[in-house]
Design a protein. Sequence first.
Length: 255
Amino acid sequence: MTIFGVAGCTALIFFGFAMIDSLKDTANIQQNEIHNYKVVAILDEKAQDKDFETYDEKIKDYNHLAIRNESASLEKDGTELDISIVIPENNKEFKDFVNLRKDKKNPIDLEESGAVITENASNILKIKENDKIKVRVDGKEIEVKVGAIAENYVSDYLYLSKKTYEDLSKDKLGLNANYIDGDPKEIIDDFEDEDVVMAVINTSKAYASMDALLANLNLVIIVITLISSVLASVVLYNITCLLYTSPSPRDKRQS
């Protein structure tokens, strides 16, 4: 029982430190190392041409990337997962907005890979490199071969190159969103009243909410770690007291 008590307390302490280390800076890495844009503008594909012309003229003042952005549900072996599908218009410019990588030393080229799924999605759905998955994009179901699995911490994504999509769908890519880099407040003020814009998403607010959530979770983990440390000290103290107060075999013989 003594061994189990000490081992249990030690395991809880290591668990606490491991959780703190694994959660530390995840939102910061996602925002500043993986995603290099501040705003996503979702466009109304049914808007009038003149509205698109006004929007296109205004967005020239910002560093931006046109994309196809859709929500989809992937399913494999009875497991379903909601995922965002992103197809950039320009793969070279895409690298300035999304840093696809297996880790810091192993970047991923979307043009070469064709289709890249993020790590959490691949783990949940048990998808490996070279597996084939079916997805629906712009009303068309296509089967894509996963060329790489990318590091990611917030949400789940499937990235497709423009060439891969157009080759498989036999259709031209239709764009319905923009990644925009710059001051979020200025961008939102400029675009939220445009008729062609359905929504303007400030990604920094989402990351701020995640930071707050992780900060609260860190507090819980710290409390667990401290309680485990105290419990371990109590167990060791009781063991020490028992060793000193228990009569030795010699004392038993003398009595």
